[in-house]
Design a protein around this ligand. Structure first.
Ligand code: M6R
Length: 607
């Protein structure tokens, strides 16, 4: 969940490392550090807290001379967020410095062994064992020492290494954590994410698990796990550099909410031709489609809720039973899966550890696997049999918005595509593709028709708890709405299936308790309305999300959020938008750090 960068070339490394770390700060932000090498050896500078503190301490990098270096921004796993535990870590002899993203699972055994051999530790981190192993195994060849060190490590790691033994070189090692090399002219880079590279180069190489790279200013050599050199061609990053900047918005989250009409359009438009959904990337699955007996959707967090929301359309249109499972549960549940099961894995980052593990588990059991992923070349994208990209562009805010809506959009499109190829469509496909093509405009309307949200946020921001209720797709959206609220505003927010209230939760309803009621599905509106009346008669204040012409709800609720008219089959992707905005403005009222909520990281690459 941390971010790492490396640079070697003919310019001062520190300012470039700091710039890269700022782009990676969404991955972890409790402490940061850089190690830079010049003729006098390695200098390490570390701080507790944000990259801004490191910029201040190093005078924007000017105080740390040298053309070669590595950097790190941390999300603490082992050891508190202190300066001692911040990376880079130095070997006892000062010849090696290491940055690490991931978790070394066998670190305590290694630590015992290294302590017995006389190495001393400066930190409580799992990472520090790596730098001492490097020192221990170094016998004139860093490559050799790296292979021997990597052979001792269990867990996940993306490593960056420099050594005063080889000035001008940086090493990068990957095992189950993202790592990308940036190919420059007279300079080369590595980073956890392309966002840290695109200001310098658009030519990148994605390292695979088990590979490591040796970079100098003029060359990049890549080796496999045995130390055999492998040849890899760079690929070109196509997206716009501006996409990873705030572009005048106060927060990335707000920018990304506003980008949703465009992101959903970019996801849909290239895949609709002559009134039909076309997934060229799925041609290989078509011969097996009729054999699929069950679909399992698996993911974590919001991606899981996207699965919950998309499941209704998938089941309704394909008539194939769909289960939605949390990846962290599925991986340990000995799932009943075989080659008649299609497993759909959803991940914005494509690097979520539990999602990757669930995907591997399902593959081992013979399932066909299909990934819905935003980050091109990510681990999930590479592991799955088939991959559909959500073209949301880079998502920087920790709380996902456009990642989530584009995931649901792909599930809607898949529903139509599969249903057509199974001959199960009961309405003309063109009617459905017209509805899909309308979604971007409807999302924009959902943004435009709710100017009262900042005022509602002022009213609701200082309650102890917020309850979200709904049924079917409204319930799925309530789950995501509550997650958005709690992760960025720190309010206790929970979602309940409205019909479940009477089975316990209604005991919590008291005078002025806010209840956010989602009423966007006409077929069950009356049922939710009854639940609204029940909580109101116990003193709750109800903020209802519904259509403008829904007179019954309008006259019953205390406050209102609106969505435009849209068929319930595809409404979840619209409904969430006002709830994202509500969470954003409540968090703003509460003075929260919206793009980097406490204790969270964008990409959860540890279990
Ligand atoms: O990158 P992924 O989609 O696999 O991430 C899954 C979750 O970690 C993610 O959706 C998380 O719940 C977000 N912070 C929610 O906003």
């Amino acid at each position: 969940m941390c971010g790492i960068v490396g640079f070697t070339g003919r310019q001062n490394a520190a300012p470039i490392l700091l710039d890269g770390l700022k782009k990676l700060e969404y991955r972890g932000y409790d402490s940061a550090g850089i190690a830079v090498m010049d003729d006098n050896g390695i200098t390490v500078q570390k701080v507790k807290g944000r990259i801004a503190n490191l910029c201040e301490k190093t005078k924007d990098g000017e105080a740390v001379p040298g053309f070669t270096g590595i950097g790190h921004t941390r999300w603490a796993t082992h050891g508190a967020p202190t300066e001692e535990n911040a990376h880079p870590h130095l070997s006892n002899d000062g010849r090696f410095a290491v940055v690490h993203n991931g978790i070394i699972e066998n670190y305590s055994t290694l630590r015992e062994e290294l302590l017995a051999d006389g190495y001393h530790f400066e930190s409580e981190t799992d990472t520090e064992v790596i730098v001492h192993l490097l020192e221990m195994y170094y016998n004139g060849s860093i490559r050799e020492a790296l292979i021997r060190t990597a052979n001792r490590l269990s867990g996940s790691y993306a490593l960056g290494v420099i050594s005063s033994e080889e000035p001008g070189k940086i090493y990068a090692v990957r095992e189950a954590s993202p790592l990308i090399l940036g190919v420059g002219i007279g300079e080369n880079y590595f980073a956890s994410d392309v966002t840290a590279l695109v200001n310098h180069t658009r030519n990148v190489i994605y390292l695979e698990d088990g590979e490591f790279a040796e970079l100098s200013e003029s060359s990049i050599k890549i080796f496999d796990v045995l130390g055999q050199e492998v040849s890899k061609k760079p690929t070109r990053v196509l997206w716009d550099v501006q996409a990873a900047e705030k572009g005048g918005f106060e927060h990335f989250m707000l920018k990304e909410i506003m980008e949703q009409p465009g992101a959903v359009k970019a996801t849909i438009a290239p895949r609709i031709r002559d009134g039909k959904v076309v997934f060229e990337e799925l041609q290989g699955i078509l011969p097996y489609l009729a054999d699929i007996r069950k679909i399992i959707i698996t993911a974590c967090g919001s991606a899981y809720y996207a699965g919950c929301a998309g499941r209704y359309a998938l089941e309704r249109l394909t008539r194939i039973p769909v289960e939605v499972e949390l990846a962290s549960e599925l991986r340990y549940s000995e799932p009943l899966i075989d080659d008649t099961t299609l497993v759909i894995v959803i991940s914005q980052s494509g690097e979520t550890a539990d999602t990757i593990a669930a995907l591997k588990e399902c593959k081992t059991r013979g399932a066909r696997t299909l990934a819905i992923v935003n980050v091109v070349g990510s681990t999930v994208a590479k592991l799955a049999d088939y991959t559909i990209y959500t073209w949301a562009g880079p998502e920087i805010a920790v709380a996902t918005t456009k990642g989530y809506t584009t995931q649901i959009t792909v599930l809607y499109m898949l529903s139509v595509y599969f249903s057509d190829h199974l001959w199960r469509l009961t309405v003309p496909e063109e009617t459905l593709t017209d509805m899909l093509m309308e979604l971007p405009r409807r999302i924009q309307q959902a943004i435009d028709m709710n100017p009262t949200i900042p005022a509602l946020a002022k009213k609701y921001h200082d309650h102890k708890a917020l309850f979200f209720i709904g049924r079917n797709t409204d319930y799925a959206t309530a789950l995501e709405g509550a997650l958005k609220m709690k992760e960025i505003s720190y309010l206790h927010a929970e979602a309940y299936a409205a019909g479940e209230l009477k089975h316990g939760t209604i005991a919590l309803i008291e005078e002025h308790q806010p209840v956010i009621a989602l009423c966007c599905n006409p077929s069950i509106m009356e049922k939710t309305l009854s639940n609204i009346v029940e909580v109101k008669s116990r003193g709750a204040e109800v903020l209802a999300l519904t259509f403008r012409n829904n007179q019954k709800i309008l006259s019953t609720a205390d406050d209102l959020l609106f969505i435009p008219d849209v068929d319930a089959l595809f409404s979840a992707v619209i409904e969430i938008v006002p709830l994202q905005l509500l969470a954003y403005y409540v968090a703003k009222e509460n003075g929260c750090d919206i793009d980097k909520p406490k204790n969270l990281a964008k990409s959860v690459t540890v279990e």
